[in-house]
Design a protein around this ligand. Structure first.
Ligand SMILES: *Cc1c(COP(=O)(O)O)cnc(C)c1O
Length: 410
């Protein structure tokens, strides 16, 4: 009796079937707990459980950012948060200094330009963090204090370069300049350490779809009392983006200037309780360890190969995302191989071409933010190693054992 067929078609075999890992730097992997929390009937938006849970969500969001300041929630992506932050701080004709370490500060600055703010860019390239000394020097040349705010990105998701936000505050203070400090932490909140109050940050923008593990759709704008004083006179602010009613609404409906993002709030509640259960410092430590495992693997591949970490100095590397430079065609082949053969999706390069490095658009990015543990990152690194081999991309040996070594040691 034949129990099974032996004439299966090996040619149709794929190694892709299984649980996918979307390792692009956002949206990140969504925990089943978050998805299950969102899978429910529409709740009442005027009273009951949803209304009762929002103050607790705001308290949780503030704990994640280490602030006792305010947090406004917007229905939108990170760009919505950018626009909200700009509109509450600036009047048309105000000046801002944008510190650029990749693609995203430019995007935020261009948005401000379109809203009537005069932008000046301090450019730090694609492989360096913001240099606080240059910031101090620039602000010292503005004795009248006409620059209203310094805008910086904590982790640029294109370059994976991380800037020390506390050092920017120190740089502003060293120039005895009144500028507000505005930070984009969209890529890295709840991944890289961030201490809003201790670091003297006035405005911080985040989104829910990266370290916070919720599907895209919520933006958070945190602000200090100093930033709210700027809001008093800001004439860019419009009814929808005004942060004031959103932090102290007369009725619940006005927390969101309209209907609440009901299911996102349930997802967020679950994600925040996962973070609280683990402890934010343990969450940071997990991201740090996983990031070091990724770096160890890439460094091993780079021995005798062409792939290399974009940020040479470990002190300026993000714990949320890693940009790996590689020859453009090889990077493309690798991304395709792991997607089609291993269920792993890596990030594309963005904005890596520069005059000093014209071939620089060759890169892939590994998102390691949010819901991620040791076996997931080892699986991703193993898939990349298989892809490097399959695509005949020269690379050094020992990447997986180097990564495992990092994970195994405190
Ligand atoms: C993802 C990201 C953004 C843009 O967020 P969207 O949700 O795509 O609008 C902005 N800044 C940084 C640093 C990011 O990582």
């Amino acid at each position: 009796m034949r129990c099974f067929s032996t004439d299966f078609k090996a040619a149709d075999m794929t190694l892709q079937t299984g649980r996918d890992y979307l390792a692009i730097p956002g949206p990140s992997v969504m925990p089943d707990r978050v998805l299950r929390a969102m899978h429910r009937a529409a709740p009442n938006i005027y009273e009951g459980e949803l209304v009762d849970m929002v103050p607790g969500l705001l308290a949780g969001l503030k704990r994640v950012a280490r602030t006792e300041g305010d947090c406004a929630i917007y229905i939108g992506n990170g760009h919505a948060g950018w626009e909200a932050a700009i509109s509450n701080v600036f009047s048309r004709g105000d000046r801002a200094l944008v510190c650029a370490t990749g693609a995203f500060a430019h995007g935020w600055g261009e948005m401000a330009t379109r809203m009537g703010v005069e932008i000046e860019v301090l450019e730090f390239g694609r492989q360096s963090a913001v240099d606080p000394a240059q910031l101090t020097a620039r602000l010292a040349a503005d004795p009248e204090g006409r620059i209203k705010a310094v805008m910086a990105v904590q982790v640029d998701t294109a370059t994976s370069v991380r800037t020390d936000i506390a050092a920017l505050r120190a740089a502003i203070d060293a120039a005895q300049h009144p500028a507000l400090l505005m930070a984009d932490c969209i890529a890295c909140l709840a991944c890289d350490v961030f201490e809003m109050d201790a670091w003297g940050c006035d405005v911080m923008v985040a989104g829910c779809q990266k370290g916070l593990m919720v599907p895209p759709g919520l933006a958070f704008v945190y602000f200090s009392a100093r930033a709210d004083a700027a809001r008093e006179t800001a004439n860019c602010v419009t009814a929808y983006w005004d942060w004031r009613p959103r932090v102290a609404p007369d009725v619940f409906y006005n927390y969101f200037c309209g209907t609440a993002p009901t299911h996102h709030l349930y997802g967020l509640r679950e994600a925040l309780s996962m973070i609280e259960d683990e402890g934010i410092e343990a969450v940071w430590a997990r991201h740090a360890r996983i990031a070091r495992a990724v770096w160890a693997a890439v460094e091993a591949w780079g021995e005798g190969g062409t792939v290399r970490l974009n940020a040479a100095d470990p002190a300026i590397r993000s714990h949320a995302v890693t940009t790996v430079r590689a020859a453009p065609e090889q990077a493309r082949q690798l991304r395709r191989w792991v997607r089609e053969n291993a269920g792993l999706t890596l990030g594309k390069p963005i904005g890596m071409v520069s005059e000093d490095d014209p071939g620089g658009d060759g890169a892939f990015r590994i998102g390691h933010m949010g819901h991620l543990n040791a076996h997931m990152i080892m699986g991703a690194l193993g898939a990349i190693e298989a892809g490097l081999t399959a695509c005949e991309i020269p690379h050094g040996d020992g990447a997986l054992s180097a990564a495992a070594g990092v994970l195994s040691r405190p």
